[in-house]
Design a binder for this molecule. Structure first.
Ligand code: TXA
Ligand code: MG
Length: 351
């Protein structure tokens, strides 16, 4: 399949930009598009064939449900039933934006979209390209992150081309995304609101609106063998993994630097290729390998938005061993460490 790459100018969006994409989506084809979090791989959420094509293109297990993207509040009432008041309160506070909510599904949502579950994940993205694509197509768009299953999510059209070119009908290139980590997921279908995936919208922000919210135990997992079953089916799979072996070091920063220099020397002496995931404050301290700064430690937003890009860059460079510093878990740090730990297969060493 030839993949059409359509570039749009986000400062000057016109409905003509979306004509072809909307037509393809209405035919059940797949179109990747930017959102404020990561690129999504979109298909008609109510069309079983489109959902199947999404799983196929990503190589994703079909029990891993998709998020349905909407552009207005009427859609929420169409797709979900028994919506608790917290759902409307959170929508009011954070939609459009990087928050996904899980509700009991209505009959119109096929099980192929929800991975066989009776619940549905719904998000109203704020990126104007995503919003316009949904509107122009007249559909609800099922859209997982637009990466091959298991690889880091995509934050630039180039990443999507790398993973999905030849497998989908179109990629809309709207440049680099804003946030760079996937949306916060809150499950409102059970007794208590539960965070299934941390993201840009923090636990504190959610609590400010609806009171008590808890993390699903799988979110706080720090060790590979910790036996917790993730409530978001996708969170149990191998995720975000670069091709190289990634190890995270945490502890006093000078110890971390010393240890990374020791470990990377051993590998360098063996002729292995090494990548160091450092920060602006520490990038001068490393002696071996290719050192990349993810940003300043004081700028969580920069760290979040560069994480997947850096992991992919190490892949492009053919790096075999990646050593990473660790980050605090305040605010966005919770989401950053969640993704980094998964990318490392929970391989974290305290020094
Ligand atoms: O920011 C985002 O959310 C991006 C952009 C494209 O919107 N999308 C995204 O989708 O990250 P995906 O498919 O890569 O991740 C969705 C996660 C998976 O872990 C999946 O298991 C979980 O949401 N999920 C979806 N529906 C669910 C449901 N009904 N119950 C529990 N978890 C669900
Ligand atoms: Mg994903």
């Amino acid at each position: 399949m030839k993949t059409i790459i359509q570039t749009v100018d986000r400062k000057n969006l016109i409905s003509k930009d979306f004509e072809k994409a909307a037509e393809l989506l209405r035919q059940g084809q797949l179109v990747a598009f930017p959102t404020e979090t990561v690129y999504g791989l979109g298909g008609n959420a109510l069309d079983e064939t489109a959902a199947r094509r999404i799983y196929e293109a990503k190589g994703r297990p079909s029990d891993n449900p998709l998020i349905v993207h909407i552009a207005d509040m009427n859609a929420l009432d169409e797709l979900a039933v028994e919506i608790p008041k917290e759902g409307y309160q959170l929508a009011d506070a954070f939609w459009p934006g990087p928050l996904t909510m899980i509700f009991k599904k209505s009959e119109v949502v096929p099980y192929s979209t929800t991975g066989g579950l009776d619940t549905v994940a719904i998000r109203m993205p704020s990126d104007p390209i995503a919003a316009m694509l949904i509107q122009e197509s007249g559909l609800f768009l099922a859209a997982p992150s637009a990466n091959s299953s298991g690889r880091p999510s995509t934050t630039k059209a180039e990443h999507v081309i790398e993973d999905l070119s030849g497998k989908i009908s179109m990629i809309i290139d709207g440049g680099a995304v804003d946030i760079g980590l996937e949306s916060t997921i809150v499950d409102l279908s059970g007794e208590k609101p539960m965070i299934l995936r941390p993201g840009f919208i923090t636990k504190e922000q959610l609590s400010d609106v609806i009171g008590d919210v808890e993390y699903d135990r799988a979110v706080l997992k720090r060790e590979k063998n910790e036996n917790v079953v993730a409530k978001a089916p996708g969170m149990k799979y191998k995720h975000y993994a670069p091709k190289g072996e990634l190890t995270i070091y945490e502890g006093d920063m000078s110890n971390v630097i010393t240890r990374i220099n020791q470990e990377s020397k051993v590998k360098a002496d063996l002729g292995e290729s090494i990548g160091i995931l450092a920060t602006d404050e520490t990038k001068h301290c490393y002696q071996y390998g290719i050192v990349k700064s993810i940003g300043s430690r004081s700028d969580e937003k920069a760290i979040a938005s560069h994480l997947f890009d850096i992991l992919r860059e190490f892949d492009t460079l053919g790096i075999s061993y990646i050593y990473s510093e660790s980050f605090g878990d305040n605010n966005l740090g919770q989401a950053i460490m969640n993704r980094l730990l998964k990318a490392a297969g929970y391989h974290i060493i305290t020094v």
